[in-house]
Ligand binder design. Sequence first.
Ligand code: FBP
Length: 268
Amino acid sequence: MTDFEKYSSNMSKLFVKGRTLALAYDHGMEHGPTDFNLNNSKPDFIFEIAEKTKVNALITQIGIAEKYSSSYNVPLIIKLNGKTRLSSKMISRQVCSIKRAERLNPIAVGYTIYPGSEFESKMFHELSKIIEESHEIGLPVVVWSYPRNERGTIRDTSTDILAYAARIALELGADVVKLKYNNDLEGFKWVVHNAGKVKIVVAGSSLSDPKVFLHNIVDALKAGASGAFVGRNVWQAKEPYKVVEALKDLIFNYEDPDRAYERYFKSE
Ligand code: FBP
């Protein structure tokens, strides 16, 4: 298989008919165990959800991927950088090489940038090399583009700033950009427009009422997003499997959010 064929094959695993749903589970690094309970702190719990629901991918840091993935048949997106919430410096450096990630045969690698941070140029530089090397071996790159001010205290999700975040991913050569959705359907169309050929996926954010969450995802899709890479709204939910099945209906079957809510949650 040529690198281009490998790249195309990976992209077609990640996007089915142009749409995608992945589970994000890199929070142990980014937020710490504060996000977890006795169940979802166990990586096996998440791998089982990902395997049984056949989501397009599971996103983890390298350590979890190395220790758990061999027991499951789950496509991986391996995050190559990370930071903790214990540091106030808004820089996330590479913690895993492409060579190390490649041993696990991921379908993509991921990297977070914080546009607006005083360290943005360091992250852009690192990401640029990662994109070059990943593409050489047929690996797509997903960029978490999360604008922050210098101390990380301002998380600007205005349409202009999100459009900028999307555009930076295009300028740097990303294949997919992950953004926070700002609940502004019309505004988000401008965000999607600025990403050009880069596919947009949205994060889930902190746990919210399932009905509100499903509506937000559908609004992002209507604005042109290609899917969602979601963490807490799945594995912190009372019934994670129902949330994933509802999301699959919205994303792949273009289901109405109210009908999906009725089907999966109304009896609660
Ligand atoms: P959620 O769906 O749980 O919001 O996860 C999305 C995500 O991008 C994770 O991949 C990442 O760990 C986390 O959010 C980072 O969030 P933040 O930078 O806002 O703390």
